[in-house]
Design a protein around this ligand. Structure first.
Ligand code: SOE
Length: 395
Protein backbone atom coordinates (compact mmCIF):
# COMPACT_ATOMS: atom_id res chain seq x y z
CA UNK A 1 0.00 0.00 0.00
CA UNK A 2 1.18 3.53 -0.73
CA UNK A 3 1.98 6.20 1.90
CA UNK A 4 -0.73 8.37 3.45
CA UNK A 5 -0.30 11.51 1.32
CA UNK A 6 -0.10 9.60 -1.94
CA UNK A 7 -3.16 9.20 -4.16
CA UNK A 8 -5.51 6.33 -3.39
CA UNK A 9 -5.24 4.23 -6.52
CA UNK A 10 -8.47 2.60 -7.62
CA UNK A 11 -9.02 -0.63 -9.55
CA UNK A 12 -12.47 -0.58 -11.14
CA UNK A 13 -13.87 -4.08 -11.65
CA UNK A 14 -16.61 -3.82 -14.28
CA UNK A 15 -17.05 -1.04 -16.81
CA UNK A 16 -20.70 -1.12 -17.91
CA UNK A 17 -23.35 1.33 -16.64
CA UNK A 18 -22.29 1.32 -12.96
CA UNK A 19 -18.60 1.15 -13.82
CA UNK A 20 -18.94 4.25 -15.94
CA UNK A 21 -20.80 6.11 -13.19
CA UNK A 22 -18.08 5.18 -10.69
CA UNK A 23 -15.24 6.06 -13.08
CA UNK A 24 -16.74 9.49 -13.58
CA UNK A 25 -16.99 9.86 -9.80
CA UNK A 26 -13.37 8.88 -9.10
CA UNK A 27 -12.18 11.43 -11.62
CA UNK A 28 -14.54 14.21 -10.51
CA UNK A 29 -14.44 13.90 -6.70
CA UNK A 30 -10.92 15.33 -6.22
CA UNK A 31 -11.76 18.27 -8.49
CA UNK A 32 -14.81 19.40 -6.51
CA UNK A 33 -14.15 18.13 -2.99
CA UNK A 34 -11.29 19.10 -0.75
CA UNK A 35 -10.09 15.58 0.03
CA UNK A 36 -7.31 14.56 2.39
CA UNK A 37 -6.05 12.18 -0.31
CA UNK A 38 -6.88 12.21 -3.97
CA UNK A 39 -8.37 9.09 -5.56
CA UNK A 40 -6.90 8.12 -8.90
CA UNK A 41 -8.60 5.77 -11.32
CA UNK A 42 -5.66 3.49 -12.11
CA UNK A 43 -6.92 0.26 -13.69
CA UNK A 44 -10.12 -0.87 -15.38
CA UNK A 45 -10.75 -4.61 -15.09
CA UNK A 46 -13.10 -6.56 -17.36
CA UNK A 47 -13.57 -10.16 -18.50
CA UNK A 48 -12.61 -9.31 -22.07
CA UNK A 49 -9.12 -7.77 -22.44
CA UNK A 50 -9.89 -5.74 -25.57
CA UNK A 51 -13.11 -4.30 -24.18
CA UNK A 52 -11.43 -3.50 -20.87
CA UNK A 53 -8.66 -1.66 -22.75
CA UNK A 54 -11.21 0.39 -24.71
CA UNK A 55 -13.10 1.19 -21.51
CA UNK A 56 -9.90 2.24 -19.72
CA UNK A 57 -9.11 4.60 -22.57
CA UNK A 58 -12.63 6.08 -22.59
CA UNK A 59 -12.89 6.38 -18.82
CA UNK A 60 -9.44 7.87 -18.28
CA UNK A 61 -7.55 5.02 -16.59
CA UNK A 62 -3.91 4.46 -17.51
CA UNK A 63 -4.19 0.67 -17.49
CA UNK A 64 -6.57 -2.19 -18.05
CA UNK A 65 -6.58 -5.86 -17.13
CA UNK A 66 -8.62 -9.00 -17.67
CA UNK A 67 -7.33 -10.57 -14.45
CA UNK A 68 -8.75 -9.16 -11.22
CA UNK A 69 -6.62 -11.51 -9.09
CA UNK A 70 -3.43 -10.09 -10.56
CA UNK A 71 -4.69 -6.55 -9.94
CA UNK A 72 -5.61 -7.27 -6.32
CA UNK A 73 -2.14 -8.73 -5.70
CA UNK A 74 -0.46 -5.47 -6.73
CA UNK A 75 1.05 -3.18 -4.06
CA UNK A 76 0.08 0.00 -5.91
CA UNK A 77 -3.70 -0.56 -5.70
CA UNK A 78 -5.49 0.83 -2.61
CA UNK A 79 -9.20 0.60 -3.45
CA UNK A 80 -11.05 -2.16 -5.31
CA UNK A 81 -14.36 -0.89 -6.66
CA UNK A 82 -16.69 -3.77 -7.55
CA UNK A 83 -19.15 -2.74 -10.26
CA UNK A 84 -19.50 -6.13 -11.94
CA UNK A 85 -22.73 -8.20 -11.78
CA UNK A 86 -23.78 -9.76 -8.49
CA UNK A 87 -22.22 -13.19 -9.01
CA UNK A 88 -18.78 -11.58 -8.84
CA UNK A 89 -19.28 -9.42 -5.75
CA UNK A 90 -18.44 -11.89 -2.99
CA UNK A 91 -15.39 -13.50 -4.57
CA UNK A 92 -13.71 -10.24 -5.57
CA UNK A 93 -14.63 -8.28 -2.43
CA UNK A 94 -13.53 -11.04 -0.03
CA UNK A 95 -10.18 -11.52 -1.83
CA UNK A 96 -9.57 -7.77 -1.98
CA UNK A 97 -10.31 -7.30 1.73
CA UNK A 98 -8.03 -10.19 2.66
CA UNK A 99 -5.29 -8.47 0.64
CA UNK A 100 -5.84 -5.27 2.67
CA UNK A 101 -7.53 -3.28 -0.10
CA UNK A 102 -10.39 -0.95 0.74
CA UNK A 103 -13.54 -2.12 -1.06
CA UNK A 104 -16.50 -0.28 -2.52
CA UNK A 105 -19.07 -2.85 -3.69
CA UNK A 106 -22.21 -2.12 -5.69
CA UNK A 107 -25.64 -3.00 -4.29
CA UNK A 108 -27.23 -5.30 -3.46
CA UNK A 109 -24.18 -6.49 -1.56
CA UNK A 110 -24.71 -10.14 -2.45
CA UNK A 111 -27.08 -12.68 -3.98
CA UNK A 112 -27.95 -14.34 -0.70
CA UNK A 113 -27.74 -13.73 3.04
CA UNK A 114 -25.06 -16.44 3.32
CA UNK A 115 -22.90 -14.63 0.77
CA UNK A 116 -23.48 -11.26 2.45
CA UNK A 117 -22.54 -12.78 5.83
CA UNK A 118 -19.25 -14.01 4.38
CA UNK A 119 -18.58 -10.53 2.98
CA UNK A 120 -19.39 -8.81 6.28
CA UNK A 121 -17.09 -11.29 8.03
CA UNK A 122 -14.31 -10.51 5.52
CA UNK A 123 -14.75 -6.79 6.27
CA UNK A 124 -14.54 -7.47 10.04
CA UNK A 125 -11.40 -9.62 9.77
CA UNK A 126 -9.54 -7.59 7.12
CA UNK A 127 -6.15 -6.11 8.09
CA UNK A 128 -6.48 -3.13 10.47
CA UNK A 129 -7.54 0.08 8.76
CA UNK A 130 -9.11 -1.67 5.74
CA UNK A 131 -12.54 -0.18 4.96
CA UNK A 132 -15.54 -1.66 3.17
CA UNK A 133 -18.57 0.22 1.87
CA UNK A 134 -21.66 -0.79 -0.12
CA UNK A 135 -22.84 1.47 -2.95
CA UNK A 136 -26.34 2.47 -1.87
CA UNK A 137 -25.78 5.68 -3.77
CA UNK A 138 -29.17 7.35 -3.19
CA UNK A 139 -28.09 8.14 0.36
CA UNK A 140 -25.88 10.75 -1.29
CA UNK A 141 -28.79 12.66 -2.84
CA UNK A 142 -28.72 16.09 -1.16
CA UNK A 143 -32.52 16.13 -0.72
CA UNK A 144 -32.53 12.73 1.02
CA UNK A 145 -29.51 13.59 3.16
CA UNK A 146 -31.34 16.76 4.18
CA UNK A 147 -34.51 14.77 4.92
CA UNK A 148 -32.44 12.60 7.22
CA UNK A 149 -31.24 15.69 9.10
CA UNK A 150 -34.85 16.84 9.52
CA UNK A 151 -35.85 13.45 10.89
CA UNK A 152 -32.81 13.26 13.21
CA UNK A 153 -33.59 16.78 14.46
CA UNK A 154 -37.09 15.61 15.42
CA UNK A 155 -38.87 17.82 12.85
CA UNK A 156 -41.12 14.92 11.83
CA UNK A 157 -41.68 13.72 15.40
CA UNK A 158 -42.54 10.07 15.96
CA UNK A 159 -42.54 8.28 12.60
CA UNK A 160 -45.80 6.51 11.76
CA UNK A 161 -45.66 5.76 8.03
CA UNK A 162 -43.06 4.97 5.37
CA UNK A 163 -44.41 4.81 1.82
CA UNK A 164 -41.70 3.85 -0.66
CA UNK A 165 -42.03 3.17 -4.37
CA UNK A 166 -39.28 2.53 -6.85
CA UNK A 167 -40.83 2.57 -10.31
CA UNK A 168 -39.10 1.89 -13.62
CA UNK A 169 -40.48 0.75 -16.98
CA UNK A 170 -37.59 -0.67 -19.00
CA UNK A 171 -38.96 -4.24 -19.01
CA UNK A 172 -42.54 -3.45 -20.02
CA UNK A 173 -41.90 -4.66 -23.57
CA UNK A 174 -42.08 -8.49 -23.53
CA UNK A 175 -39.49 -8.50 -26.34
CA UNK A 176 -36.90 -6.71 -24.19
CA UNK A 177 -34.00 -9.18 -24.04
CA UNK A 178 -32.86 -11.40 -21.22
CA UNK A 179 -30.04 -9.50 -19.50
CA UNK A 180 -28.04 -10.63 -16.47
CA UNK A 181 -30.40 -8.67 -14.20
CA UNK A 182 -33.08 -11.28 -15.06
CA UNK A 183 -30.94 -14.27 -14.09
CA UNK A 184 -31.22 -15.35 -10.45
CA UNK A 185 -27.86 -17.13 -10.52
CA UNK A 186 -26.16 -13.87 -11.45
CA UNK A 187 -28.30 -11.19 -9.80
CA UNK A 188 -29.71 -13.03 -6.77
CA UNK A 189 -33.16 -11.53 -7.26
CA UNK A 190 -34.83 -9.17 -9.74
CA UNK A 191 -36.55 -5.88 -9.12
CA UNK A 192 -36.47 -6.68 -5.41
CA UNK A 193 -32.67 -6.64 -5.08
CA UNK A 194 -31.91 -4.23 -7.88
CA UNK A 195 -34.15 -1.33 -6.90
CA UNK A 196 -36.28 -2.49 -3.96
CA UNK A 197 -33.01 -2.76 -2.03
CA UNK A 198 -32.45 0.96 -2.53
CA UNK A 199 -35.84 1.73 -0.95
CA UNK A 200 -35.15 -0.58 1.98
CA UNK A 201 -31.74 0.94 2.61
CA UNK A 202 -33.03 4.50 2.23
CA UNK A 203 -35.91 3.90 4.63
CA UNK A 204 -33.78 2.20 7.29
CA UNK A 205 -31.13 4.92 7.01
CA UNK A 206 -33.62 7.81 7.08
CA UNK A 207 -35.41 6.45 10.13
CA UNK A 208 -32.35 5.06 11.89
CA UNK A 209 -34.59 2.05 12.44
CA UNK A 210 -34.68 -1.42 10.91
CA UNK A 211 -37.49 -3.38 9.36
CA UNK A 212 -38.43 -6.17 11.75
CA UNK A 213 -41.08 -8.08 9.75
CA UNK A 214 -42.58 -8.14 6.24
CA UNK A 215 -45.52 -9.53 4.32
CA UNK A 216 -44.84 -9.72 0.59
CA UNK A 217 -45.92 -10.59 -2.93
CA UNK A 218 -43.55 -11.07 -5.86
CA UNK A 219 -44.65 -11.24 -9.49
CA UNK A 220 -42.97 -12.25 -12.74
CA UNK A 221 -45.12 -10.95 -15.59
CA UNK A 222 -43.02 -12.16 -18.53
CA UNK A 223 -41.69 -15.68 -18.02
CA UNK A 224 -39.44 -15.93 -21.11
CA UNK A 225 -37.51 -13.41 -23.15
CA UNK A 226 -35.26 -13.43 -26.21
CA UNK A 227 -31.63 -14.30 -25.46
CA UNK A 228 -29.45 -11.19 -25.48
CA UNK A 229 -26.86 -10.73 -28.19
CA UNK A 230 -25.40 -7.40 -27.07
CA UNK A 231 -25.78 -5.61 -23.74
CA UNK A 232 -26.43 -1.87 -23.94
CA UNK A 233 -27.22 0.19 -20.88
CA UNK A 234 -29.82 -1.67 -18.85
CA UNK A 235 -31.13 -3.62 -21.84
CA UNK A 236 -29.60 -4.50 -25.15
CA UNK A 237 -30.26 -6.19 -28.45
CA UNK A 238 -31.48 -9.64 -29.39
CA UNK A 239 -31.50 -11.12 -32.90
CA UNK A 240 -34.91 -11.19 -34.61
CA UNK A 241 -34.90 -15.00 -34.51
CA UNK A 242 -33.31 -15.24 -31.04
CA UNK A 243 -34.21 -18.22 -28.90
CA UNK A 244 -36.02 -17.51 -25.65
CA UNK A 245 -34.76 -18.20 -22.17
CA UNK A 246 -36.48 -18.20 -18.78
CA UNK A 247 -36.71 -15.13 -16.55
CA UNK A 248 -35.75 -16.53 -13.15
CA UNK A 249 -36.34 -13.44 -11.00
CA UNK A 250 -39.22 -11.19 -9.98
CA UNK A 251 -40.42 -8.36 -12.22
CA UNK A 252 -42.23 -6.59 -9.40
CA UNK A 253 -42.61 -6.71 -5.64
CA UNK A 254 -45.03 -5.28 -3.12
CA UNK A 255 -44.70 -5.68 0.61
CA UNK A 256 -45.77 -4.21 3.89
CA UNK A 257 -43.25 -3.84 6.67
CA UNK A 258 -43.14 -3.30 10.41
CA UNK A 259 -40.23 -1.25 11.65
CA UNK A 260 -38.75 -2.17 15.03
CA UNK A 261 -39.72 1.27 16.36
CA UNK A 262 -43.38 0.82 15.38
CA UNK A 263 -43.64 2.59 11.99
CA UNK A 264 -45.72 0.92 9.29
CA UNK A 265 -44.12 0.62 5.84
CA UNK A 266 -45.60 0.01 2.38
CA UNK A 267 -43.06 -0.76 -0.34
CA UNK A 268 -43.46 -1.30 -4.07
CA UNK A 269 -40.83 -1.83 -6.76
CA UNK A 270 -41.36 -2.61 -10.43
CA UNK A 271 -39.83 -2.39 -13.88
CA UNK A 272 -43.31 -2.32 -15.45
CA UNK A 273 -44.63 1.12 -14.43
CA UNK A 274 -44.94 2.47 -17.95
CA UNK A 275 -43.90 6.11 -18.12
CA UNK A 276 -42.00 6.02 -14.82
CA UNK A 277 -38.36 5.90 -15.86
CA UNK A 278 -36.60 6.16 -12.51
CA UNK A 279 -39.21 7.24 -9.98
CA UNK A 280 -37.49 6.41 -6.72
CA UNK A 281 -40.00 7.88 -4.28
CA UNK A 282 -40.42 7.97 -0.56
CA UNK A 283 -42.91 9.67 1.73
CA UNK A 284 -42.60 9.62 5.49
CA UNK A 285 -45.25 10.81 7.91
CA UNK A 286 -44.53 11.58 11.54
CA UNK A 287 -46.71 13.14 14.21
CA UNK A 288 -45.08 16.56 13.71
CA UNK A 289 -44.33 16.62 10.01
CA UNK A 290 -43.91 14.76 6.73
CA UNK A 291 -41.41 14.61 3.88
CA UNK A 292 -41.93 13.48 0.29
CA UNK A 293 -39.26 12.86 -2.36
CA UNK A 294 -39.18 11.66 -5.96
CA UNK A 295 -35.84 11.10 -7.67
CA UNK A 296 -37.34 12.27 -10.96
CA UNK A 297 -37.28 15.69 -9.24
CA UNK A 298 -34.14 14.98 -7.29
CA UNK A 299 -33.28 18.57 -6.41
CA UNK A 300 -36.55 19.03 -4.53
CA UNK A 301 -37.84 17.91 -1.16
CA UNK A 302 -41.41 18.38 0.00
CA UNK A 303 -41.71 19.13 3.69
CA UNK A 304 -44.84 19.56 5.77
CA UNK A 305 -44.40 21.11 9.19
CA UNK A 306 -47.43 20.80 11.48
CA UNK A 307 -46.18 23.73 13.55
CA UNK A 308 -46.70 26.19 10.69
CA UNK A 309 -49.39 28.83 11.23
CA UNK A 310 -52.88 27.49 10.62
CA UNK A 311 -53.30 29.61 7.52
CA UNK A 312 -49.95 28.57 6.07
CA UNK A 313 -50.34 24.81 6.50
CA UNK A 314 -49.28 22.75 3.49
CA UNK A 315 -46.34 20.99 1.89
CA UNK A 316 -43.54 23.39 1.00
CA UNK A 317 -41.29 22.52 -1.93
CA UNK A 318 -37.67 23.09 -0.90
CA UNK A 319 -35.05 23.42 -3.61
CA UNK A 320 -32.21 21.50 -2.00
CA UNK A 321 -29.49 23.57 -3.65
CA UNK A 322 -28.62 26.02 -0.87
CA UNK A 323 -25.08 26.09 0.54
CA UNK A 324 -26.46 24.83 3.90
CA UNK A 325 -27.76 21.65 2.25
CA UNK A 326 -25.63 18.47 2.27
CA UNK A 327 -23.02 18.43 -0.53
CA UNK A 328 -24.55 21.46 -2.29
CA UNK A 329 -21.89 24.03 -1.39
CA UNK A 330 -19.34 22.06 -3.41
CA UNK A 331 -21.23 22.60 -6.63
CA UNK A 332 -23.13 25.39 -8.32
CA UNK A 333 -24.83 28.63 -7.24
CA UNK A 334 -28.23 28.29 -5.55
CA UNK A 335 -30.93 26.90 -7.81
CA UNK A 336 -28.53 25.19 -10.20
CA UNK A 337 -29.37 21.53 -9.68
CA UNK A 338 -27.44 18.29 -9.64
CA UNK A 339 -27.93 14.97 -11.51
CA UNK A 340 -27.63 11.20 -11.07
CA UNK A 341 -23.85 11.20 -11.51
CA UNK A 342 -23.37 13.47 -8.50
CA UNK A 343 -24.53 10.71 -6.12
CA UNK A 344 -21.52 8.64 -7.12
CA UNK A 345 -19.15 11.59 -6.82
CA UNK A 346 -20.44 12.21 -3.28
CA UNK A 347 -20.05 8.50 -2.53
CA UNK A 348 -16.43 8.49 -3.73
CA UNK A 349 -15.64 11.64 -1.73
CA UNK A 350 -17.24 10.22 1.44
CA UNK A 351 -15.34 6.94 1.09
CA UNK A 352 -12.00 8.69 0.64
CA UNK A 353 -12.69 10.97 3.62
CA UNK A 354 -13.56 7.95 5.78
CA UNK A 355 -10.44 6.04 4.74
CA UNK A 356 -8.22 9.05 5.45
CA UNK A 357 -9.76 9.73 8.83
CA UNK A 358 -9.74 6.07 9.87
CA UNK A 359 -13.48 5.55 10.29
CA UNK A 360 -15.88 3.08 8.71
CA UNK A 361 -17.75 4.55 5.74
CA UNK A 362 -21.52 4.09 5.85
CA UNK A 363 -23.16 1.93 4.61
CA UNK A 364 -20.79 -0.69 5.93
CA UNK A 365 -21.07 -4.29 4.76
CA UNK A 366 -22.82 -4.94 8.08
CA UNK A 367 -25.53 -2.40 7.19
CA UNK A 368 -25.82 -3.88 3.69
CA UNK A 369 -26.20 -7.33 5.28
CA UNK A 370 -29.19 -5.97 7.19
CA UNK A 371 -30.77 -4.94 3.87
CA UNK A 372 -29.99 -8.41 2.51
CA UNK A 373 -31.85 -9.95 5.43
CA UNK A 374 -34.93 -7.92 4.50
CA UNK A 375 -34.66 -9.04 0.85
CA UNK A 376 -34.49 -12.61 2.06
CA UNK A 377 -37.48 -12.17 4.36
CA UNK A 378 -39.49 -10.67 1.47
CA UNK A 379 -38.72 -13.70 -0.71
CA UNK A 380 -39.60 -16.11 2.09
CA UNK A 381 -42.82 -14.27 2.79
CA UNK A 382 -43.84 -14.23 -0.87
CA UNK A 383 -43.13 -17.95 -1.09
CA UNK A 384 -45.17 -18.80 1.96
CA UNK A 385 -48.49 -20.44 1.09
CA UNK A 386 -50.48 -18.43 3.61
CA UNK A 387 -49.54 -15.05 2.24
CA UNK A 388 -52.71 -14.42 0.25
CA UNK A 389 -56.13 -14.53 1.86
CA UNK A 390 -58.82 -15.25 -0.77
CA UNK A 391 -61.45 -12.51 -0.91
CA UNK A 392 -64.31 -14.79 -1.91
CA UNK A 393 -62.97 -18.06 -0.59
CA UNK A 394 -64.36 -20.11 2.26
CA UNK A 395 -63.57 -18.78 5.71
C1 SOE B 1 -31.39 -0.57 -12.89
O1 SOE B 1 -32.63 -0.84 -12.44
C2 SOE B 1 -30.65 0.52 -12.12
O2 SOE B 1 -29.56 0.87 -12.89
C3 SOE B 1 -30.14 0.06 -10.75
O3 SOE B 1 -29.27 -1.04 -10.87
C4 SOE B 1 -29.44 1.22 -10.07
O4 SOE B 1 -29.01 0.85 -8.79
C5 SOE B 1 -30.39 2.42 -9.99
O5 SOE B 1 -29.73 3.54 -9.49
C6 SOE B 1 -30.94 2.79 -11.33
O6 SOE B 1 -31.50 1.64 -11.95
Amino acid sequence: MTTSSAPLRVALVGHAFMGRAHAHAWRTAPRFFDLPRDPELAVVVGRDAARAATAAHELGAAESSADWREVIARDDIDIVDVCAPGDVHAEVAIAALAAGKHVLCEKPLARTVAEAERMAEAARTAPAGTRAMCGFSYRRTPALAYARQLIADGRLGAIRHVRAQYLQDWLTDPEAPLTWRLDKDVAGSGTLGDIGAHSIDTAQWLLGDDIAAVSAQLRTFVAERPILSEQRGLGGRAAADAERGPVTVDDAVAFTASFAGGALGVFEATRFALGRRNANRIEINGDRGSIAFDFERMNELEFYDASDDDGAQGFRRIQVTEPVHPYAARWWPTGHGLGYEHLFTHQAADLVAAIASGVDPSPTFEEALRVQRVLDAVERSAGASSILTPVNGAA
